[in-house]
Design a protein around this ligand. Sequence first.
Ligand code: DGI
Ligand code: FE
Ligand code: FE
Length: 389
Amino acid sequence: MKICISGGTFDPIHNGHIEIAKIALSQFELDKVIFMPTGNSYMKSDVTPSIHRYNMLKLAIEGIDKFEISDLEIKRAGYTYTKDTVAYFKENYPDDELYFLIGTDTLFMLEKWYEPEYLFNNLIFIVAKRGDADSVAKANELKEKYNADIRFMHNDVIDISSTEIRDEFENNSYDEFKNIYFDKKVFEYIKENHLYKEMTDAEMIMQLSKELKDSRLMHTFGVIDTASALAKAYQADIKKCEKAALLHDCAKYMPLDEMIAICERNFIELNDLEKKKNSLLHAKAGACLAYEKYGIKDKEILDAIKYHTTGKPDMSLIEKIIFVSDFIEPGRDFSEKLPMYRMIAMADINLVCMNILKDTLDYLESLNEEIDPLTKETYSFYKKLISER
Ligand code: DGI
Ligand code: FE
Ligand code: FE
């Protein structure tokens, strides 16, 4: 079989990608084209979360003969090298002939890829024209140097790029989007999932009000007020603290299996206790949901959500503010110590962290609940910090 891999971010996929792949298919008599969106782990990249790029691609190629999609790279944590992908195909499909589809711009970058010799030894490159500088000379140079197999496609240049499409979404309302090189199903997906457009606070609250009970929403507003006041007192970034507070419990009512799945696809490691306790896992799942669904990319905000239940040793200021606000917000009334903690919080945030952790541990012990190692470590850290000063 002649298999051609078409790799890229596909952020988003557009008809240019589809057309080029169709031409490659017929011109080189390929048996199939496999679209391979690149991976990106939570908090590590500026591109759209891989789950969305994958879903859009899937919609775009639906029903097209000989087009397939692979999640090989989005399932791999950390950086993915094309070399690893090629090695995977070589191992699993040793008898197939492997092609790799690139644009002329990529041709000039190939030597900078990880282990180019391996790639040139194992792949036939198909180069699609992208309307830029003549690349025949470069191809000849690579043929000479690596004995590379590089074949040019005869295609009209399709004047469209993902960057332009992202700009178009960013600068217009969804309803103004008129791009004719675009799949309607993909467009609907983008609109539905609010991609390429920052959500306003009002939109986030609307969404949250669908997912949280009223009492949880009231608690959330209490956490926002408290976090905002603490941010002012400690000169933290008020907007970031408010956003983290707004979203800190966004995954509170997600079913446990979905929590596990969202953490896994974002490469967040879970211990056995987390895998059975919604009450713990909603923090990590919440960080992932804030990233995938609410479009939050700021690592400080995401980490504040991620650690709001257990805390962690040596928290950042915003992590401490969310951790503390969650416990002392005005709607909480589970302990008579709360008024005192509210006062301490404004003056000595480390001291109040230690107190909250101590109370949480006592409470969990009284219930005979299993304690997460991170909760214990966090308590030890703050106890030591306080005792040493
Ligand atoms: O989500 P909230 O109710 O606003 O508050 P939270 O996220 O701080 O805590 C949720 C629950 O998690 C709370 O009942 C205490 C519990 N919790 C905190 N640390 C641990 C824990 N539960 C277990 N089993 N182990 C822990 O270490
Ligand atoms: Fe919580
Ligand atoms: Fe909370």
